[in-house]
Design a protein around this ligand. Structure first.
Ligand SMILES: CCCCCCCCCC/C=C\C/C=C/C(=O)SCCNC(=O)CCNC(=O)[C@H](O)C(C)(C)COP(=O)(O)OP(=O)(O)OC[C@H]1O[C@@H](n2cnc3c(N)ncnc32)[C@H](O)[C@@H]1OP(=O)(O)O
Ligand SMILES: Cc1cc2nc3c(=O)[nH]c(=O)nc-3n(C[C@H](O)[C@H](O)[C@H](O)COP(=O)(O)OP(=O)(O)OC[C@H]3O[C@@H](n4cnc5c(N)ncnc54)[C@H](O)[C@@H]3O)c2cc1C
Length: 666
């Protein structure tokens, strides 16, 4: 029977102070009581699967052992999931994503299968193709990944070099990787796990290039798992994080696939080689849009994980005295500590709220596309780009801030903060590099600005540009609503400045593209400001909406958090607000006080707020952040698992140290 330990006394007291019902907030964050129950039930089943318990912590395993252990556990996880879903509902992707952490501890080698392979078949395949591939993929009779990036190109996907040349005689495509730079590089699971992949390649018919398209390709024998003839595949080696993701490389040499393997929902190649253009060639990029939307949710979760660890630790940890002769204080009582941590909690809420409406907007566009309507696609692309960029970047900063807030112990692998950081920081690059995505949004913003100048009606997310042009700047008030307007004024001002900078360069004789490059620092700043305005506006609106349907005590706390988020960013960007809005120095002084008041209001609820994220100890995997707060005992227990502590004298003493010391003595 597992030993039940006493909960740390500081945490007991913190939980007694909480002014709201933690469970009510958990249900709200999960999207309803049923979702929470389903999640907990599944996590509980996983907790009791003995084979999923690691005997040796993963950090002590070799690269190879770690991978093999991850495959072993992922297969068990998948079987448990299948059994669960046979009896009950299909688990929500978010609940699967969370539970995965309890099992794999890092990134699953199957991650891309569910994350991109299956969604691409759904999003890019015809009904016939879906009927052929989906049942096998969903049952995992075939395992796949999404192979787009190459050694030479990740961002500029029009420049991909893998070729798919149509042979009308045999009704096949011939895949080739003409140069070393054409090799696929990065896809998760590609190294040694998957037997299929979506390959994005340049289509050639009769010597003419038709741009990039997705192809479904079997790369390994289903029985022996050996690479098929004409396929060169392998693993790319260790990275900063993603230790068990099994990222791989892939090259093709005259590798033939049937015509039906080109995913043809958007564009088709007929038997005779006729190319039929789709409604919009950018629909080929659809899976990326979906994943960018999901990354906002991932960022919310990673921020919640780091906040849970750092807030619980800060409640347990005592260090230094505030006043002489008084006991050492809980570090959470230092205002600077609250400044580091409470924004982490609020940021996770901001991203969760943003994901809720962004995902609805995504579903609406998918529904419209089914009816051949694409009016909202550019706006969704612009929103998903800047919100993916900003949420992943903010999450990276916050996770690192939480690590620093845990002092030396935050640097321990057993805190789990290094793995969370490895994951979070990767998301800043993958699925569209940060700067590149901000520039995509800037492209949309420049067009929106031009339309605003021409008096056209704008999409809702940029409608503030019209208001800004029409009205004088609003009289400043330190209310959340007026501050959000202030963020919109900053965004509008920066968009105008970037636009004017481009025009200035063009008037001076530069090509538009060069003018764009010369203005690009201003363009990314405009995009960031737009993103912040969207985040604050959406978070505020969602909080107002939900506040009416929750208990008054919870509504009050949610209100504190949204205010904290908005005031925090006002103070962080005070310089911009002074330039572009009517805020005055005195308003900023008042807001500084307001910020300190909000920290004090949130303080008694800090532990309750992170408890409400309801992240189990198995998922958190942290000596510093466990629910019972046995920080020091766990640190010691984990240290004792080090192989170096298994023998009193390590052999290196006899081999190297002893002779070395002897020599030094002479
Ligand atoms: C809750 C559940 C949790 C589950 C979580 C699962 C998450 C799984 C995550 C797994 C982890 C890691 C996996 C990582 C995977 C990858 O990284 S896959 C590879 C991703 N690669 C990229 O993102 C490449 C980035 N580059 C691009 O997207 C394009 O090259 C770029 C957009 C930068 C430029 O493309 P161009 O074709 O050159 O286009 P451009 O000339 O700039 O623009 C033309 C025109 O097209 C519009 N446009 C561009 N993209 C899109 C789009 N996606 N949709 C709609 N429209 C698009 C653009 O706005 C322009 O429009 P305009 O009107 O002419 O201005
Ligand atoms: C952990 C991880 C997992 C991944 N998984 C997959 C996967 O499963 N499948 C897959 O296909 N890919 C995957 N990728 C690849 C990923 O999508 C690319 O690395 C990413 O899109 C960035 O492209 P890049 O590496 O070519 O960077 P580059 O584009 O070479 O970026 C280098 C620098 O150049 C700058 N830059 C480039 N273009 C421009 C521009 N137009 N304007 C201004 N600046 C520019 C960038 O801002 C950046 O600073 C993964 C990557 C990582 C790190």
């Amino acid at each position: 029977m597992a030993t039940v330990h006493k909960i740390n006394e500081d945490l007991v007291k913190e939980r007694q102070k909480c002014t709201f019902n933690v469970q009510e907030l958990t249900y709200l964050l999960d999207g309803g009581e049923e979702v929470t129950k389903e999640r907990r039930e599944f996590e509980n089943i996983l907790r009791n699967v003995k084979e999923l318990q690691d005997e040796v912590p993963e950090v002590y395993l070799s690269h190879k052992e770690r991978y093999e252990n991850a495959v072993r556990k992922t297969c068990i996880l998948q079987n448990v999931r299948n059994d669960f879903e046979k009896k009950r509902e299909v688990l929500s992707p978010r609940n699967i994503f969370r539970a995965g952490y309890a099992v794999i501890k890092d990134v699953s080698p199957f991650f891309l299968h569910n994350g991109m392979f299956v969604p691409t078949i759904i999003g890019q395949g015809t009904p016939e193709q879906q009927a052929e591939w989906l049942p096998k993929a969903k049952a995992m009779a075939i395992i796949g990944t999404y192979a787009q990036t190459e050694l030479g190109h990740g961002t500029f996907i029009r420049g991909l070099e893998t070729t798919a040349t149509y042979d009308a005689k045999t009704e096949e495509f011939i895949l080739n990787s003409p140069k070393v730079t054409s090799y696929k590089w990065w896809p998760g699971g590609l190294g040694t796990t998957v037997n299929h992949c979506i390959t994005v390649a340049q289509l050639y018919i009769n010597g003419k290039k038709y741009g990039i398209h997705p192809f479904i390709v079997q790369i390994r024998d289903l029985e022996t798992h050996k690479p098929l003839p004409g396929i060169k595949v392998g693993e790319i080696g260790p990275k900063m994080g993603f230790a068990t993701a099994n990222n791989g490389f892939l090259g093709f040499q005259n590798f033939r696939i049937p015509r039906k393997n080109m995913l043809m929902k958007n564009a088709q190649v007929l038997k005779d080689g006729t190319f039929v253009k789709g409604m919009n060639e950018k629909l080929t990029y659809g899976t990326m849009v979906m994943v960018r939307v999901n990354i906002v949710s991932d960022s919310a979760f990673h921020t919640a994980m780091a906040a849970t660890i750092a807030v619980r630790y800060a409640a347990v940890r005592h260090q230094s005295q505030l006043k002489a002769k008084e006991p050492e204080v809980q570090i959470i009582d230092y205002l600077t500590q609250q400044h580091k941590l409470f924004i982490a909690i609020a940021t996770s809420h901001a991203f969760s709220n943003t994901y809720t409406w962004l995902y609805q907007a995504y579903l609406k566009v998918v529904e419209d596309l089914g009816k051949q309507k694409q009016d909202h696609l550019p706006e969704l692309h612009a929103l998903s780009c800047c919100l993916k960029a900003t949420s992943s970047r903010d999450a990276g900063v916050i996770v690192e801030q939480c690590r620093l807030a845990c002092g030396g112990h935050g640097y321990m692998a057993s805190s789990n903060l290094p793995i969370i950081y490895g994951y979070t920081t990767a998301a800043i690059t993958y699925e569209g590099e940060h700067t590149v995505l901000l520039l995509q949004t800037a492209r949309y913003l420049m067009k929106a600005w031009m339309s605003a100048l021409e008096g056209k009606v704008l999409a809702p997310s940029v409608a503030y540009l019209v208001d800004w042009l029409k009205s004088d700047k609003q009289r400043w008030q330190n209310t959340p609503e007026v501050i959000v307007k202030g963020f919109q004024h900053v965004a509008a001002g920066k968009i105008k400045d970037a636009f004017d900078a481009i025009q200035k360069h063009v008037k001076a004789g530069k090509d538009y593209e060069d003018a764009w490059n010369l203005a690009s620092v201003q363009l990314i700043k405009a995009s960031e400001a737009h993103s912040r305005a969207i985040l604050c506006d959406g978070y505020l609106r969602e909080t107002v909406r939900t506040s009416s349907s929750v208990s008054p005590s919870l509504a009050k706390v949610l209100n504190h958090l949204v205010q904290l988020y908005i005031v925090y960013w006002t103070l962080e960007t005070a310089g911009d607000l002074l330039v572009y809005s009517n805020i005055g120095k005195d308003d900023i002084a008042v807001l500084k006080e307001k910020y300190e008041e909000l920290l004090a209001l949130i303080r008694p609820n800090a532990v309750g707020l992170v408890d409400a994220f309801d992240i189990s100890d198995e998922i958190l995997q942290s000596t510093l952040g466990s629910y019972d707060g046995r920080v020091y005992e766990r640190l010691m227990e984990e240290a004792m698992k080090s192989p170096l502590n298994k023998e009193p004298v390590n052999q290196s003493f006899h081999k190297y140290l002893k002779p070395f010391i002897k020599k030094a003595k002479l």
